[in-house]
Design a protein around this ligand. Structure first.
Ligand SMILES: *[C@@H]1O[C@H](CO)[C@@H](O)[C@H](O)[C@H]1NC(C)=O
Ligand SMILES: *[C@@H]1O[C@H](CO)[C@@H](O)[C@H](O)[C@H]1NC(C)=O
Ligand SMILES: *[C@@H]1O[C@H](CO)[C@@H](O)[C@H](O)[C@H]1NC(C)=O
Ligand SMILES: *[C@@H]1O[C@H](CO)[C@@H](O)[C@H](O)[C@H]1NC(C)=O
Ligand SMILES: *[C@@H]1O[C@H](CO)[C@@H](O)[C@H](O)[C@H]1NC(C)=O
Ligand SMILES: *[C@@H]1O[C@H](CO)[C@@H](O)[C@H](O)[C@H]1NC(C)=O
Ligand SMILES: *[C@@H]1O[C@H](CO)[C@@H](O)[C@H](O)[C@H]1NC(C)=O
Ligand SMILES: *[C@@H]1O[C@H](CO)[C@@H](O)[C@H](O)[C@H]1NC(C)=O
Ligand SMILES: *[C@@H]1O[C@H](CO)[C@@H](O)[C@H](O)[C@H]1NC(C)=O
Ligand SMILES: *[C@@H]1O[C@H](CO)[C@@H](O)[C@H](O)[C@H]1NC(C)=O
Ligand SMILES: *[C@@H]1O[C@H](CO)[C@@H](O)[C@H](O)[C@H]1NC(C)=O
Ligand SMILES: *[C@@H]1O[C@H](CO)[C@@H](O)[C@H](O)[C@H]1NC(C)=O
Length: 694
């Protein structure tokens, strides 16, 4: 036969294309997008990258449900249709399994972890065994014998997965109907029967979570800064940052920074953020919320008494990104400096105190100084005498034991300040789910009788709320005494269990509730959801961090005063009376409640000493992206996160469909890039090291 004229080839090819495309659009009907998924994303520090990512178009693999560790050779070596998309139940989400999959990653397209609705009894923590090992106090220069958790391994259950770099995308799936769809598809098409491989069509999954940043923070910041004058979407990573929230029992002039001559201040602090392996599912109920809720309740209990009978020392309540706050205090960028700090009390994890009691931790190294030791001992005595009256068990760990991971360590790195950390563990954490998705409301027994309406749940005082109220009373009384307050008022300081119950509900069950609606500004109502907020520290971007904004508004409500002034006078903050000056207080116009017969809420102005300050690591201020002193963590940017399942008809059609899909996607992406980016940004990628993945 003669050769086919070339002009015929084009239609032939087009026909092929048409087939493939129309084939996949018929299959569109059986593409099932998976809901309720959470991806593992990429983070970078000065030297490493951790987390997960997919290729630009998303990674596709044949689904294999891993039933046990013995099942691994099928996906790693013997299975006939790699790459595999491994779906595993939470009990198999272990370091041993994950590392084997990561090492065999040429045959692994990705991993989906099915998260059960109840937590594993044996515990689970993807954090390291020694949290903050390199950014805390104990180091080769402070006390080498305590460095690297030599004395106490704080988080023995930690498997370190959150700090590993994976070569494939990973998603979590809720164990619900969506997962049932995958299971059905797998059972019908992919199941290995008597060791023989199933034939096509096979059920496949696609995970898309392409990350723009690679290598380390130094690389991604250089690339982002190289494009500083072009569109902001050229940035490939953002510094992890958040807001510190603080207030004081006495107004401090926040405009005048640095040392305040006549002030000595007792700081009470708690941590605000938490993280989990998968993005967007970190609640940190015990890990951080138990501490900051206790502190909020203590601040509320003190607000009344300090107005009437102010102690000589001022107390400030902080929810801190500690390294930045200490740095600001050292560089005269904060309302007080470190020399104003008399002592510090940090509320750590306290939600499980009924299981293991309360413990007061101190730093053995700074206590070698007699003056510091004396003050620490007196603070301990104060706490213990108050606890005795409250019937709380409060113990002291061995004197030689270092501090657990805490923000206080950052203060001690700068100056030997007397202080204590209150927790519910004597040595290693009582928390069996540190920095994991299981550290949730259920772990703190926040369960409500089924017959209660949402309104009733909101005000229902659980045993957990009662317990934390006692702890908050302990903290409030001890702080009042530590600030020099008179003994006679101590007994009248009492945290309110109703307030604690509402805080627990608002911060761990759902933020959309009548109280939060009333105390935040009308324009911020969008922050409220029928779910708890996300406590992951997040990046500095166009949106405010919900968790710290809410803590700020709650703190203002609990410690502030409602004023009868107009909206203009509130937001303009122009007051003739100097004591009303905005230097000393902050003002917010909040929504208020709707009276029974009205349609509009009655908004009002709240004056308080609550303030918000940036908590971005000083490393980014100093542009020291390799800093060993400050955190250099950044989060990669991404465009698309998604997970779906579908049937693949056979390896060839699959390749064709995929090839066409990838080609079309690449072409359109390239076009988008060319149109959107400045040419210099495009070509600057030539400077990237060879291991850059795009
Ligand atoms: C970056 O993170 C990796 C993995 O956790 C760690 O080994 C390394 O020490 C960190 N580097 C810096 C500069 O913090
Ligand atoms: C750990 O502590 C022990 C006893 O204090 C000491 O002998 C040992 O050298 C320490 N190890 C490290 C790595 O510092
Ligand atoms: C899940 O499936 C069950 C039974 O098929 C059904 O009763 C239930 O409503 C479904 N749940 C959701 C959230 O779709
Ligand atoms: C995801 O949600 C969409 C819209 O609510 C629904 O049509 C679809 O069936 C859901 N997917 C799964 C796997 O449940
Ligand atoms: C607060 O400090 C600023 C700047 O030093 C000063 O101008 C202002 O008068 C002070 N306000 C009060 C009420 O002390
Ligand atoms: C500090 O206190 C002294 C005496 O109590 C007083 O004279 C002085 O004005 C105070 N200084 C400030 C800045 O308040
Ligand atoms: C505030 O304290 C006064 C007495 O000092 C007391 O009568 C009042 O009930 C307290 N208010 C609250 C809300 O605790
Ligand atoms: C939760 O309830 C269980 C069973 O009643 C109990 O053992 C556990 O101590 C409780 N935990 C908390 C934090 O109250
Ligand atoms: C929200 O962000 C704006 C700037 O975008 C800032 O002025 C404001 O203080 C932030 N509010 C809170 C509560 O974080
Ligand atoms: C705090 O919120 C409660 C409930 O909405 C309200 O009754 C109270 O007046 C508020 N306090 C302040 C200072 O805004
Ligand atoms: C607002 O402030 C101005 C100037 O201080 C004052 O004259 C006016 O009465 C204030 N209005 C209200 C409603 O407080
Ligand atoms: C609501 O309005 C009705 C009729 O105007 C009146 O009888 C009733 O007392 C009002 N209720 C309240 C709580 O103001």
């Amino acid at each position: 036969m003669g050769s086919i004229p070339t002009q015929w080839i084009t239609p032939l090819l087009l026909w092929g294309l048409f087939r493939a495309v129309s084939g996949s659009s018929v299959e569109q009907k059986i593409y099932v997008n998976l809901n309720d998924t959470a991806p593992c994303v990429r983070l970078l520090n000065g030297t490493h990258q951790i987390g997960c990512q997919s290729s630009l178009a998303g990674d596709v693999g044949v689904i294999h449900f891993l039933e046990s560790e013995e099942d691994l050779p099928w996906v790693l070596t013997s299975g006939p249709s790699p790459p595999y998309m491994v779906v595993l139940e939470a009990p198999l989400f272990t370091r041993s399994v994950m590392m084997k999959l990561n090492n065999g990653s040429s045959r692994i397209a990705g991993v989906a972890v099915v998260i059960p609705s109840s937590s594993p009894a044996q515990g689970f923590s993807p954090h390291t065994t020694c949290p903050n090992e390199n950014t805390g106090l104990y180091s080769e220069s402070y006390d080498p014998s305590m460095a690297h958790c030599n004395t106490t391994v704080w988080n023995p259950l930690g498997n370190g997965l959150s700090y590993e770099q994976f070569n494939f995308p990973m998603f979590s799936l809720k164990d619900d109907n969506g997962t049932e769809v995958i299971r059905q598809c797998y059972l019908e098409h992919n199941r290995v029967v008597n060791g023989s491989a199933p034939g096509y069509p096979l059920c496949a999954m696609q995970l898309s979570s392409h990350m723009h940043a690679v290598t380390d923070t130094v690389t991604c910041m250089r690339r982002s800064e190289g494009s500083a004058f072009s569109l902001s979407q050229d940035k490939v990573c953002d510094a992890l940052s958040n807001y510190n929230v603080w207030s004081s029992t006495k107004s401090l002039n926040n405009t005048a920074k640095g040392h305040k001559d006549n002030e000595t201040i007792v700081i009470a602090a708690a941590r605000l953020d938490s993280r989990a392996f998968f993005h967007g599912v970190s609640l940190g109920a015990e890990g951080s919320a138990s501490g900051f809720i206790t502190l909020l309740a203590a601040a509320a209990a003190l607000a009344n008494i300090t107005r009437e009978n102010p102690p000589p020392r001022t107390e400030t309540f902080d929810y801190i990104g500690s390294s930045r706050m200490v740095y600001d205090m050292e560089t005269d960028n904060f309302a007080i400096d470190l020399d104003n700090v008399h002592s510090l009390v940090e509320i750590g994890q306290v939600g499980l105190h009924n299981v293991s009691g309360l413990w007061l931790h101190s730093d053995p190294v700074s206590r070698r100084n007699d003056a510091v030791d004396k003050e620490v001992k007196s603070l301990m005595d104060t706490f213990q005498s108050v606890a005795t009256n409250l019937n709380l068990s409060l113990g002291l760990p061995d004197v030689s034991q270092p501090l657990p991971p805490a923000s206080f360590q950052r203060f001690l790195r700068a100056q030997p300040i007397p202080g204590l950390v209150l927790t519910d563990h004597r040595s290693h954490f009582t928390n069996r789910f540190f920095e994991s998705m299981y550290d949730n409301a259920e772990y703190l027994n926040l369960t409500y009788p089924a017959d209660l309406s949402p309104e009733e749940r909101f005000t229902h005082v659980t045993d957990t709320a009662r317990g934390l109220t006692e702890v908050a009373t302990l903290v409030a009384r001890a702080l009042y005494k530590q600030a020099g307050g008179a003994e006679e008022w101590l007994a009248s300081i009492q945290a309110d269990s109703q307030t604690v119950a509402q805080l627990l509900y608002g911060f761990l069950v759902q933020t959309r509730n009548p109280w939060f609606e009333a105390i935040i500004p009308p324009e911020d109502q969008y922050l409220l959801m029928p779910s708890p907020p996300e406590y992951y520290v997040g990046v500095h971007g166009s949106t405010n961090n919900t968790a710290s904004s809410l803590v700020y508004y709650v703190l203002a409500n609990l410690t502030g005063t409602a004023l009868n002034i107009s909206r203009d006078n509130c937001t303009k903050r122009e007051f003739t009376d100097d004591t009303e000056s905005t230097h000393m207080n902050s003002y917010m116009w909040v929504q208020g409640v709707t009276p029974p017969n009205a349609t509009e809420p009655v908004s009002y102005c709240v004056r308080s000493t609550a303030r918000i300050s940036r908590a971005e690591s000083p490393a980014f201020l100093l542009k020291d992206y390799r800093s060993s002193n400050f955190s250099t963590w950044t989060e990669s940017r991404w465009i698309r996160i998604g997970a779906r399942i579908f049937l693949v008809a056979g390896p060839d059609l699959e390749m064709l469909t995929l090839g066409v899909g990838v080609a079309v996607l690449l072409a359109s992406l390239l076009l988008t890039y060319v149109i959107n980016s400045k040419a210099d940004f495009l070509f600057s990628s030539g400077r990237e090291p060879a291991n850059a993945t795009y």
